[in-house]
Design a protein around this ligand. Structure first.
Ligand SMILES: [Fe+2]
Length: 604
């Protein structure tokens, strides 16, 4: 038996992943355990969980892989800062202590941290355990290679080109590679500071959202606007070549030097300073969001077209933070002649932990891949699950009343509540790996309801009212309801609602008023441009979730429900039953389902 622990940490979204004899046994992000959103610290709790899932101790590992090469990154930081000093000095000082004390001493740091996994007792025995020597070998992956490995190795394809696009790794910001069997070769890369991810982040900053997490909001805001600034972006900010590579004009940006992403020249070009976070969103931000979204789609399409032409291969694998841009992904699927594309659900840096672990198994150890038409992600349900006994004893300790149903009854009960318009917290099975909740740590509701979108945003999630919700649809029925006839198990593809399900819009409004217009039979999941971020659900990967939606379909004729992540704004998605119960009590959710135990707000 060969056990490999993959780790990504110290940038954002730390995570750990355990691969045993080539099988992905467990994977989780640290934030879910520490409850610190995008936690970047060493993923001690996630590693602890992964080892426990396989009944392993830290001594039982054969390999530990880290997802990037800290020295290369240090080299990039140093060169960038030397280039731009002295104006870059402030941010340099801010990031230096961390690099000096942690990143350069990575091998020691990883050993010390992993020694804590099973030795947190404060006595002499604990100290001795923490000081022990490990036999495992520590290997470092290349940042984009880790992304590429996470996209290709678990994919259902025997061979495929791989496109990775993110902010920045060590030097690369995007790469093209080829996977064949167990081999993976990176052929080309785009280098810092020419970065699609950083460009998108600069607009995220400029429109008043948080860099590295608000990119999703920019994408959600885009359909409210017009691409008014796309011309200015292309004339001044970047050159897009035919192969999709870009050259970014650094005169307008500050990301290599400062803590701000954009500078005075940028402000001048777009007519003013950045929007203050939390202040009113105006038409200008909507237009800026639409403009950068349109440019990103153009770049991604060109990159994908280039890959298709150069390799002549049938399928495509995608990863890197920009691969979470599901609007662009949907266009790649529709407009580039690949037969199918597969996107790593943990496309951001968290997925690097999985990539490096699989790269050690397949590349370093040369073990073959088996391809059987399914991907190897197990629906991305790779996190912890609590037993019903544990949940019951927790609820009893809190003196919380609940009703216990049989596994057979449960889908009918939940479907009936959904049909009555109730909003339900659904906590069942193993927690999802990656940023999306896929029916195991989800809040669900009736997609046919016109009020659901604003009620969920304002009373449950406490977040901006413009943000759309995503549908979970039975795979068997996806093409009847959406212009999509493909698997989208990870909610990473956007498609239009099918014309047969659209309703005629008699009066079009502007700005956020657009939200009030009913556009389809499933208004709660239809964005203002008639699109939806689809998750297809199959019985094989998530039986209970499938049965709930099927029972809802039998009652209502609609195989679509609303699925949003189980959390409130600013908090990580829930992990334990305790997290779920707390979140349930803090919001206006009507019911909480913990496996087969159902809690009602009225009785709680
Ligand atoms: Fe990355």
């Amino acid at each position: 038996m060969v056990s490999i622990l993959g780790i990504s940490a110290f940038y954002h979204d730390s995570a750990a992943c355990l691969v045993v004899d080539g099988e992905i046994v467990a994977a989780a992000q640290e934030e879910r355990f520490s409850r610190v959103k995008h936690d970047h610290r060493f993923p001690l709790h996630a590693a602890q969980y992964c080892l426990a899932e396989a009944n392993l101790t830290a001594d039982g590992l054969d390999f530990v892989g880290f997802y990037d090469k800290p020295l290369l990154k240090f080299d990039r930081l140093l060169e960038t800062y030397l280039d731009y000093s002295p104006s870059g000095f402030r941010s340099f000082l801010k990031s230096m202590p961390l690099w000096m004390s942690e990143k350069l001493w990575m091998p020691d740091l990883i050993r010390t941290e992993l020694a804590k996994v099973d030795a947190d007792d404060d006595d002499e025995r604990g100290a001795k355990k923490r000081g022990r020597k490990f036999k495992w070998k520590l290997l470092f992956g290349d940042h984009h290679e880790s992304h590429a490995a996470s996209a290709f190795y678990p994919s259902p394809f025997a061979e495929a080109p791989i496109l990775t696009i993110d902010g920045v790794g060590e030097w690369a910001t995007s790469s093209i590679g080829i996977g064949k069997g167990n081999e993976l070769t990176l052929l080309q890369e785009l280098r810092y500071p020419n970065s699609v991810g950083l460009l998108y982040s600069a607009f995220t900053y400029y429109t008043g959202f948080k860099v590295n997490s608000g990119e999703y909001k920019v994408m959600g805001l885009a359909p409210y606007g017009e691409p008014k600034y796309a011309g200015a972006i292309k004339d001044h900010l970047l050159e897009v070549k035919d192969d999709g590579s870009i050259k970014v004009n650094q005169d307008y940006f500050n990301y290599s030097q400062g803590l701000r992403m954009t500078n005075g020249a940028f402000d001048k070009l777009f007519g003013g300073p950045p929007r203050q976070p939390e202040s009113t969103i105006t038409q200008r931000e909507m237009d800026l969001a639409r403009s950068i979204q349109v440019i990103t789609e153009e770049v991604m399409l060109k990159m994908a077209q280039y890959v298709r032409k150069e390799t002549g291969m049938k399928y495509l694998c995608l990863a890197g933070g920009v691969a979470l841009n599901c609007v662009a992904n949907g266009r790649v699927l529709r407009e580039v002649p690949f037969e199918d594309i597969w996107i790593q659900p943990a496309a951001g840096d968290a997925g690097g932990s999985l990539g490096v672990a699989l790269a050690i198994w397949h590349r370093y150890l040369g073990r073959p891949r088996t391809v059987n038409g399914q991907d190897a992600m197990k629906g991305s349900y790779l996190g912890p699950r609590d037993s019903e006994t544990e949940i019951e004893s927790y609820l009893k300790s809190q003196r919380v009343p609940y009703t216990k149903y049989s596994r057979e009854q449960l889908p009918e009960i939940v479907a009936e509540l959904l049909a009555q318009g109730k909003i339900i917290g659904l906590h069942q099975g193993r927690m999802e790996f990656g940023p999306r909740a896929l029916g195991c740590r989800s809040i669900i509701g009736d997609a046919r309801s016109a009020e659901m979108q604003s009620v969920m945003n304002l009373k449950i999630k406490y977040r901006e009212s413009f943000r759309p919700f995503a549908p979970s649809v039975l795979r068997e029925h996806v093409s009847e309801w959406f212009e999509l006839d493909a698997d989208s198990p990870y909610m990473l593809l956007v498609a239009q609602v099918a014309p047969e399900k659209a309703v005629e819009v008699t009066e079009e409004l502007t700005g956020f008023e657009k939200l009030k217009v009913r556009r389809s039979e499933i208004p709660a999941v239809t964005h203002v441009d008639g699109s939806a971020r689809v998750q297809t659900v199959t019985r094989e990967t998530n039986p209970l979730y499938w049965e709930i939606i099927e029972a809802f379909r039998k009652r209502t004729g609609c195989p679509v429900i609303v699925n949003t992540s189980f959390n409130v704004r600013g908090e990580p998605i829930v992990c334990t039953p305790e997290d779920s119960y707390r979140c349930f009590m803090r919001t206006e959710m009507d019911y909480l389902v913990l496996e087969t135990l159902v809690l009602s707000k009225e009785k709680a």
